[in-house]
Design a protein around this ligand. Structure first.
Ligand code: NAP
Ligand code: MG
Length: 550
């Protein structure tokens, strides 16, 4: 299993500090004559610093790579470094595994002065106390629930990366024995690997079937400067969606004490977002002088090209070309139909085919064909399919009682899912799943990396970030793994974790985003860590009861 450790949060920060300055983090795999196994070549003062983050399977992999010489102090969930056999290079570990100490060991603080803020020192003993009280709350000797097949884990950026480590450490690892095939989609690693890591993660989802992803930065020009990037890498979500060829469904998590902003919404509205093409794959140009822009299609068979004038520019302007594929639209329609049938919810599809007659018209026609083909199933399930113009659909959605699946093109889905998420309470209460036609699933929170909170966190100030949607990404992946593997105890654990989160919120223990909108109002809010801690306590009790019932 990949490591998280009590210090996961610290490591997340540390990694952002170190990564841009490290050229090579992978250990050398060859054994030199002098036995300098696992030495890491990095420049300057950080020579030898090694993060196990970039290894696919964490500690076990580290042990294999490094051999005994490199098996430095793997203190229980703490951050340690050790000199290697030659006393030159250093190995930095983050490990929950029990210590097997060799050689001199010092704390990472002294190894990396300035990288570990003093607040970590203050929180360190507190965290240790918290961790031990959590262990005490668990039934002694209760075996962890075994997950048969690996899950693809994709780590991410900023505040969600901090939350990610906490969730793993406090909610997953104590209870579940799962092999995580880990890909670090944090921006520094994407930059280091020329974004190859994102492609590898997508391939891994296709290989294993189920993945769970942390929110990631989609770099813009500001981020290129901030992270000193080689270039503005594309959105990892767009890359993964394109490779997996999936449809993204977003569904709000409904809790009793967070009434929706829209009074009529009694049930969740699930958004199905087409995951291919449109503006996310568009080609655009800045036009700086008068001239003609044309669309030209050149057939491969040598027959005459098809042309259309986009615009005859008399002055400067802009132009964009977008495309889509019938096969992708069809599999989108099929995924939406499957989802609507399995949830027994009416299906809507909306576009603007009155204006964009060919592009949107093709979507409408393919949806008509596919829904016609499943007419009998729709009738059996007691649900309907409707095509609506997008503006009409928006107006109807606001007045509806909810409880339907709304299929949308890529951009419309991007916009509407955030509107629906805000309407149901908070972005922190919106889950997301990417479903491919061949049955691959990737779960994540719908929100981003919560950058503002992360900057507060870096300043050492307390944060109150809602981890609900990120926890539900984990439970979604675990429940699906349980379903596919035929291991109901794994699915039961996932449901127990979800219920622990819902009970925590409904008992009035909420983060700041929810405190502002809770009904009845709550007196205050808890910190990011406080919320996860409260969930951990409820979960430990539930898991204890489950183990008792077995
Ligand atoms: P964001 O991370 O979703 O956050 C926007 C605001 O929404 C936050 O500042 C916060 O409001 C509130 N919020 C979102 N999630 C919350 C949570 N879990 N708990 C409490 N409040 C929450 O969007 P952003 O700041 O525009 O984007 C930040 C980065 O995320 C960008 O670099 C973007 O590329 C990336 N992003 C990634 C994904 C993804 O990987 N799926 C999706 C969207 C954006 P307050 O500040 O008012 O507290
Ligand atoms: Mg969006």
């Amino acid at each position: 299993m990949a490591t998280g450790g009590v210090m996961g949060q610290r490591l997340a920060h540390l990694e952002h500090e170190i990564r841009p300055r490290v050229e090579l983090l992978r250990p050398r795999r060859d054994r030199g004559a002098g036995g300098d196994v696992g030495r890491v070549r990095v420049p300057g003062a950080l020579a030898g610093v090694r993060l196990d983050h970039d290894l696919e399977s964490g500690l076990d992999q580290a042990r294999r790579d490094l051999g005994d010489e490199g098996d430095a102090g793997l203190a229980g969930g703490d951050l340690e470094w050790d000199a290697d056999a030659h006393g030159q290079d250093r190995v930095l570990y983050a490990g929950p595994a029990p210590a097997r100490n060799r050689g001199p060991r010092r704390s990472a603080r002294s190894a990396l002065p300035g990288l570990l803020p003093s607040r970590w020192r203050e929180r360190r003993s507190h965290r240790r106390r918290e961790a031990s009280s959590m262990c005490a709350a668990m039934r002694p000797g209760a075996p962890r629930i075994k997950v048969k097949t690996p899950i693809v884990e994709m780590d991410g950026d900023e505040m969600t990366r901090v939350i990610w480590a906490l969730i793993k450490e406090r909610l997953i690892e104590p209870h579940v024995d799962v092999r995580l095939e880990r890909y670090d989609l944090g921006l520094p690693e994407r930059d280091r690997t020329d974004d190859l890591v994102t492609v590898q993660a997508a391939e891994a989802i296709k290989r294993w079937g189920v993945g769970v992803k942390c929110a990631t930065i989609t770099p813009n020009e500001d981020r290129v400067v901030e992270y000193k990037l080689k270039k503005a890498w594309p959105s990892p979500n767009a890359t993964i969606r394109a490779i997996v060829d999936g449809t993204v469904f977003r569904r709000p998590i409904v809790v009793r004490n967070v009434p929706p902003m829209v009074r009529s919404w009694a049930r969740p509205i699930t958004i199905g977002r087409h995951a291919y093409g449109d503006m996310y794959k568009s080609v655009e140009m800045r036009i700086r002088q008068p001239g003609k822009v044309e669309l030209v299609f050149t057939p491969d068979d040598g027959s005459p090209p098809q042309r259309g004038v986009v615009h005859e520019f008399t002055a400067s302007g802009i132009v964009r070309g977008t495309h889509n594929l019938d096969a992708s639209i069809r599999s989108f329609a099929r995924a939406c139909i499957q989802m609507a049938l399995s949830e027994k919810e009416d299906l809507w599809f909306s576009g603007k085919d009155t204006i964009v007659k060919i592009y949107h018209g093709a979507f409408r026609e393919i949806f008509r064909q596919e829904t016609d083909a499943r007419k009998a199933d729709f009738e059996k399930a007691g649900i309907t399919y409707s095509y609506l113009l997008i503006d009409d659909a928006v107006a109807r959605a606001i007045r509806s009682p909810g409880g339907f699946l709304w299929a949308l093109m890529n951009y419309d889905g991007d916009v509407m899912s955030d509107m629906i998420a805000a309407g149901f309470g908070s972005l922190g209460l919106m889950t997301s799943v990417l479903v491919s036609p061949d049955g691959h699933f990737e779960y994540e929170a719908a929100h981003g990396t919560v950058q503002r909170h992360y900057y507060e966190h870096l300043k050492g100030r307390p944060t109150s970030t809602n981890s609900t949607a990120t926890i539900f990404a984990w439970t979604g992946a675990l429940a699906k793994r349980g379903e596919l593997d035929g291991t109901p105890e794994v699915t039961r654990f996932a449901k127990a974790l979800e219920q622990s989160v819902i009970d925590t919120i409904e008992s009035g223990t909420v983060t700041k985003d929810l405190a502002a909108i809770c009904q009845p109002p709550v007196a205050g809010h808890v910190t990011t860590e406080g919320f996860i801690g409260a969930v951990a306590e409820r979960l430990a009790t539930r898991v204890g009861q489950m183990a008792g019932a077995r």
